[in-house]
Design a protein around this ligand. Sequence first.
Ligand SMILES: Cc1cc2nc3c(=O)[nH]c(=O)nc-3n(C[C@H](O)[C@H](O)[C@H](O)COP(=O)(O)OP(=O)(O)OC[C@H]3O[C@@H](n4cnc5c(N)ncnc54)[C@H](O)[C@@H]3O)c2cc1C
Length: 453
Amino acid sequence: MTNHDKSSWNQNISRPTAPVTNDGPDTPSRRRVLAGIGAVAAASAAPGGVFAQGNSNDTDVLIIGGGIAGASTAFHLAEQGRDVILLERGEIASEASGQNMGGLGGNGWGNNPDLLSYLTAGGVEIFKRMQIELGYDMEFRLSGTLTAIHTDEQFEYFQDRVSSLRAQGYDLELLTPREARAIEPEANGELLGYQYATQRGQADPVKSTRAFAHAAQVAGATINTGQNVTAITALSAGGYAVRTGSGEYRCQTLVLATGAWCGPVGEMLGIKVPIVPIRGQMWATEAQPPRVFNTIGSAESSFAWSKDNGADASHPPNLTHKNRQRFIRHLYGRQRKNGEIIFGGDRESLGYVTEPDRAGIEVNRGHAAEVIPLVASLPISRVWSGLMPFSLDGAPIIGKISLRENLFIVSGLASSGFGRGPMAGKLAADYIHTGHMTHVLSESNPDRCVTEA
Ligand SMILES: Cc1cc2nc3c(=O)[nH]c(=O)nc-3n(C[C@H](O)[C@H](O)[C@H](O)COP(=O)(O)OP(=O)(O)OC[C@H]3O[C@@H](n4cnc5c(N)ncnc54)[C@H](O)[C@@H]3O)c2cc1C
């Protein structure tokens, strides 16, 4: 990670006021703790010290990865009474889940919900539950998203798209610039129009991811940070031994939630997981008074990708660059609760390189200024970047890897995993807990692409 002002991610996070116990599944005291999540959550989402070592290194389910996918999986499993240990090599939310823009995508459930509807609309429901019912401050708002339309061709494409999606029961509409400026006064009134997706939202990435990890711990899971997994051995009696820099863990069921590092972690098991790291980068202005209310995007990229998504044997679809050459601009942004206006959009395949590229940031800033002109006059106060887990075919990889016993994966959430991670984790947890795959997960079946190394 490169974050030129890391401290700002850690603000306003206080420690829980109540002790967190770690009783086994279904014990009366554990149930009392579950009932008390709301009270603890109000003062929670604490990093570092709260995630202390557990008592035992043996568990029913072991999850590797403390991003939003792993934290949500841990929460939903622990809530169902499963014995869970989560291992994270850094801190909770120290990679993509803490570095993203904080946009929650989707267009509602639609008439015939598919995996995308579950991951997006279902994800929003989980955010509502965490913040409104369980009391976590995640800075969640169902703000809506405005996507700027710059050209006649984009307008025609979006007109067809909106009418087709509306016919399928999704919630979105086309606005004139005048209508858009009524809800987003700083939006450029000279453009051709805006798509308005009413069911989209935003939340703080770090606070949200830590909230899932904290809720998992309150529900009985052990969250161990600073545990870099270096080796995994399948045990002859069933289950796995998982080695970290400081010890060995044993489990019956293993879950890979290692985001852009699913490839190297998969290699420890002798399997090839076709997920590549894609660098995303962002920039922020100094804190401003409230000026931007929706999340903001541009039609340029989705229109271009609808003609040619650029995928080939080594590049996933929908990138902005190929072989270090930009072929399209992509844009997303919002104003954070702390007042910073943040934007990003580039998606580049560079291996595990995370240094931000200033030239790309300037292109993105120019794009943002075409939609929200006020940002042209605001200096950039910090930039950062992170690695997104793109599967080579562009679809999520969530489910059971049948090449090995009791092995699951929750990943491939690409550029949308902050919004989709919570429900991806819940669907994976339900699969692990019941042993049955819900039908929507057939779209993300790992067996379509995970092979022997
Ligand atoms: C700049 C940027 C902007 C984005 N904007 C948005 C957005 O607006 N909306 C949206 O929905 N999504 C967005 N995304 C995408 C989103 O952040 C990711 O899809 C999502 O966070 C992936 O979550 P994850 O839990 O799968 O991976 P991660 O958050 O990367 O978590 C994986 C974890 O596994 C750990 N790990 C890896 N290897 C090991 C090991 N050997 N041992 C122990 N731990 C290990 C890592 O340390 C890491 O913490 C953005 C991403 C970036 C980079």
